[in-house]
Design a protein around this ligand. Structure first.
Ligand code: FAD
Length: 449
């Protein structure tokens, strides 16, 4: 049997969360041995860009999240194309799918999510794909290249972020697409009704057919196990050669299922990104971390939260106690040219919330408030100053006294009371001597050393 390898820091997942942690660790510990394992064979790339890869605009070299010498430069052993299979959190070991055993001191689980695939008839046919990783984009690309001679028609199951991303990429390749969305509207978890309708109109103008309130009950085939159409839950048939399943992603927690690590919808972590098991941390799409809008832990599967959560985990793994301030759902979209920014709650859950809204030509600004705090926002058309509103929401600033200014056409930093905008222009003050510091403070300490 091969001898076990030892590493101080073991990171499973080579994406936003994993790289965030690796960079934070190397900021404070240049020598501790570090290993990153990923079952994807590529250096870290930007996952949101797989749609650009598919649209034939961006090769892998231009999708890389860090330069290809990142691992060597930071003295990191990267084990790519290998799956971590067995975790023993008591013994501090994991086994890879090639039989290798790794003994670790601190472990980070940054394993992301897996696409949800419904168990419907025909789902295993040729021409049916998911769309969450580069290999998915490559497989679809290869399929399209093979079928160049005849016109491919596609059905995208699911009108969420991933479904709309793949739709835009495929329209750029002149594929006819029908989106089938089970709910009544597109992008329903990240947009309010009005902006959802605007997105749908924009997509239709871009040549996309949209069917809402229905789902696909079956994928059918006429020959050789190849998809030739779908049947909807109302019996309607849509002929197509390609089906993309984009109904959602769930945290990839299978790796911890036989351990004592607590899992709710995702792996449960505290404000230090520590799991219920000593020396084991988690971040990113797999983790249920603090959401500052809801004031509780939730899944917030977006890239910046994964990266920042990873950095916090990394500092803590390297023994710099650092607290995660929290993240929330935040999306910046530009499908078919329409600029939209949304964050936090996009629909008021009950009458105790207040909605302020203003429309200027094609642009619309909407802010959701409760007790003077911003709980959510949706800006479309004019998104230029949305970052300021987002920061006020993140910093939990009481905005009741000037809330109407937030949706004004000429809103800017100067629209805010001086005591709010001035700190943004000042150099941060010295850091108090405390054992628990925020991530921003940790970064300042490190920069100052
Ligand atoms: C098409 C698409 C578009 C998106 N667009 C946006 C966007 O516009 N903005 C935004 O903020 N977010 C977007 N996202 C979401 C964003 O990509 C994720 O939030 C982010 O990638 C999460 O990072 P992560 O590090 O938690 O996990 P992931 O990026 O999912 O990476 C996890 C890695 O771990 C590997 N892994 C898992 N288990 C194991 C194991 N047992 N052994 C070895 N390796 C393993 C996986 O293969 C994967 O490589 C998009 C996602 C998709 C799919």
């Amino acid at each position: 049997m091969a001898k076990a390898e030892r590493t101080k820091y073991l990171i499973i997942g080579n994406s936003a969360g994993g790289i965030g942690a690796a960079e934070a660790i190397r900021q404070v510990d240049e020598v501790g041995t570090m290993t990153i394992v990923s079952d994807e064979p590529y250096p870290a790339y930007s996952r949101p860009l797989i749609s650009e890869y598919l649209a034939e605009k961006r090769p892998l070299e231009r999708m890389l999240f860090r330069p290809s010498d990142f691992y060597e430069k930071h003295n990191i052993q990267a084990i790519l194309g290998r799956k971590a299979e067995q975790l023993n959190s008591d013994e501090h070991t994991i086994k890879l799918d090639d039989g290798r055993k790794i003994i670790w001191e601190r472990l980070l689980l940054a394993t992301g999510g897996v696409p949800i695939v419904p168990g419907i008839e025909g789902i295993g046919l040729k021409g049916v794909f998911t769309f969450t990783k580069l290999d998915d984009a490559k497989a679809i690309d290869e399929f399209l290249n093979q079928h160049q001679a005849r016109k491919v028609r596609g059905v995208v199951i699911g009108g969420g972020l991933i479904g709309v991303s793949v739709t835009e990429a495929l329209r750029k390749r002149e594929i006819d697409i029908t989106i089938v969305e089970m709910r009544e509207r597109l992008l329903n978890t990240i947009l309010d009704e009005e902006t959802s309708a605007l997105e749908a109109e924009t997509l239709r103008r871009g040549g996309v057919e949209i069917i809402t309130g229905h789902t696909v009950a079956k994928v059918s085939s006429y020959l050789d196990g190849e998809a030739s159409g779908v049947t909807l839950d109302d019996g309607r048939s849509l002929p197509c050669e390609m089906v993309i399943v984009a109904i959602g992603v769930r945290p990839r927690t299978e790796f911890v299922s036989d351990t004592k690590i607590k899992v709710n919808r995702g792996i449960m972590v505290d404000r230090y990104m520590a799991t219920s098991s000593p020396d084991v941390y988690a971040c990113g799409d797999v983790a249920e971390a603090y959401d500052f809008v809801y004031g509780e832990n939730r899944l917030t599967p977006i890239w910046p939260n994964a990266y920042i959560g990873g950095r916090v985990a990394g500092f803590n793994m390297a023994a710099i106690p650092t607290e995660y301030r929290g993240g929330t759902a935040m999306n910046s979209l530009k499908y078919f040219g329409l600029d939209v920014v949304s964050a936090g709650m996009v629909m008021p859950p009950d009458a105790s919330y207040e909605v302020i809204r203003a429309k200027y030509g094609q642009a619309c600004k909407k802010v959701i408030l409760k007790d003077g705090l911003i709980m959510g926002m949706v800006f479309s058309g004019d998104i230029e100053k949305s970052g300021i509103v987002y920061n006020l929401m993140k910093d939990r600033v009481k905005v009741g006294a000037f809330q109407q200014a937030l949706v004004a056409e000429d809103f800017g930093l100067v629209s805010l009371p001086e005591e709010i905008w001035r700190p943004h222009l000042e150099i941060p003050s010295a850091i108090a001597d405390t054992s628990v510091i925020s991530m921003e403070q940790a970064e300042e300490v490190i920069a100052g050393e």
